[in-house]
Write a protein that binds this ligand. Structure first.
Ligand code: F0G
Length: 462
């Protein structure tokens, strides 16, 4: 049998610079805090050569090239991030990329959730199926690889848990050491255990995520460490590939809506940047709307948009059991506002009860995710009711973290303990039909058969 090969010349190594998102100043280098020296705002990576003739000639061939790489055994081709390297900043040596074969995450349909939300086609892009169980790996492979290339011995992040787990893993795969700064008692033990196993120096501080970020910003001035929070624009570049891969999975047919949880707001910024770049390069002809859902107790972006037209953001003391997005002063809020404006998206919020219910509903579709990811379904239900999302629209939820990232939340939910002693205890009664607590029985077949009979009566058939 003969194999047909497609030979398309890869573009020359991608030349990139840093550009300030506020004053637009362009630089070749960034300081330790990845902020503009002139105005203090965030930097982004941009590609001056993208409007060149060479890019215009090569871009149409990218889709076939990216597809072709799926059959390659080269590590960077097996990575669902570096496979798209024509749209990433160039490493001096591609084969020095630190990769755990991240990306390559599945796109599932969610039939039961679609019925619940009131749309015909609902999909989940499950970024929790990344090597350390969250979307963070897609950005971390790029940012860690550049930190290594720059010769850093230490990398560091403040985290609600997933960034730290991911960073610690990528540092451990190379010669770098990692410093994790997390809020004591506010990170799920599953995530904490990852950082420990991957050998991070883990500092638990008696503060919240925002307090950890403040401390780390001081540390980076005093110790030569590469900051790997999502203010690091290389993280954003890697996270772009979630959207590129999604489009590829749709055979480049553009879905109508992408719905993403909002915490520090790096991920929605990255997905939006990817979509706008794909549009710019002519690889798609329109973008989906990108909408952000926040937890009600950490809804700074929502308030910024509704109360200040997206022009300012007032930090808050964040509070939610979806600890991954318990953030009161999101760093990338300006980038997020631009994405909402450029794609015509919106922002919604989900209450604690709504998050818990949505998580159980996604679980009942056989997929499962962590609480922060479930805000997407909770938000979608509202967007459908408001008419912002139409019944015939094709919708994609970005599930950012794996179910096993926060087992305590799930166990407490099913045992009916999640809201015990809280202000939501009464409302939580409405969640009973979603709860599946384990039953403790005598060790006999009779007892188990009785349980089966009981279950047959009580659980409706699909
Ligand atoms: N979902 C999960 C599972 C997360 O871990 C995070 C952020 C988000 C959503 C929000 O993404 O910050 O880009 O808006 N977790 C960070 C961390 C803050 O430290 O792990 P974002």
């Amino acid at each position: 049998m003969t194999h047909r090969t497609i030979s398309i010349p890869a573009a020359a190594p991608v030349v990139s610079s840093f550009r300030c998102i506020a004053c637009g100043v362009i630089r070749d280098n960034a300081d330790h805090d990845f902020r503009c020296n002139d105005c203090g705002d965030l930097l982004e990576i941009f590609y001056p050569a993208w409007h060149s003739e060479q890019m215009a000639t090569n871009a149409p061939g990218f889709k076939a090239l990216w597809q072709q790489r799926k059959t390659s055994r080269r590590a960077i081709d097996e990575s669902g991030v570096w496979r798209f390297r024509e749209l990433l900043p160039a490493l001096r040596d591609w084969d020095q990329a630190i990769t755990l074969r991240e990306g390559n995450t599945p796109l599932y349909n969610l039939p039961a959730c679609a019925r619940i939300a009131g749309v015909k086609q609902l999909h989940a892009k499950h970024q929790g199926m990344n090597p350390t169980g969250s979307f963070k790996d897609t950005g971390m492979t790029v940012a860690a690889s550049f930190a290594l290339q720059e010769g850093f011995r230490w990398v560091a992040c403040a985290s609600t848990g997933n960034t730290s787990a991911s960073m610690a893993a990528y540092a451990a795969r190379s010669a770098m050491r990692s410093l994790v700064v997390i809020p004591e008692g506010k990170v799920s033990w599953a995530k904490l255990s990852q950082a420990l196993d991957y050998g991070a120096l883990t500092c638990e501080l008696r503060t919240d995520f925002d307090g950890c970020m403040r401390v780390l910003n001081e540390v980076v001035k005093q110790w030569p460490v590469c900051l790997l929070n999502s203010v690091n624009p290389y993280r954003i570049e890697g996270q772009k590939t979630g959207a590129i891969e999604l489009l590829e999975q749709f055979d480049w047919q553009v879905p109508d809506h992408i719905i993403v949880p909002g915490g520090n707001l790096g991920n929605c910024s990255a997905l939006g940047k990817a979509l706008l770049e794909l549009l710019d390069l002519g690889l798609i002809t329109r973008t989906p709307t990108v909408s952000v859902i926040q937890a009600e107790g950490a809804n700074t972006l929502l308030r910024s948009i509704r109360e200040h037209g997206g022009k300012k953001l007032i930090p808050m003391q964040a509070q939610t059991a979806a600890t991954a997005i318990r953030i009161g002063s999101p760093a990338s809020w300006k980038k997020a506002v631009r994405v909402l404006q450029a794609t015509g998206g919106t922002v919604e919020q989900a209450s604690e009860i709504e998050i818990a219910q949505a998580k159980a509903e996604i679980g009942a579709d056989g997929i499962g995710c962590e609480p922060a990811s479930a805000v997407t379904l909770a938000g979608l239900k509202k967007l459908v009711k408001q008419g912002f999302v139409k019944q015939d629209d094709i919708v994609v939820l970005i599930l950012t973290g794996h179910l096993l990232k926060d087992p305590e939340f799930t166990l407490k939910f099913h045992r009916g303990d999640l809201f015990k002693g809280t202000e939501y205890a009464q409302q939580a009664a409405a969640l009973r039909s979603h709860q599946r607590a384990p039953v403790t029985l005598e060790p006999t077949a009779d007892a188990v058969v009785k349980a089966l009979e009981q279950a047959e009566k009580s659980i409706p058939h699909n």
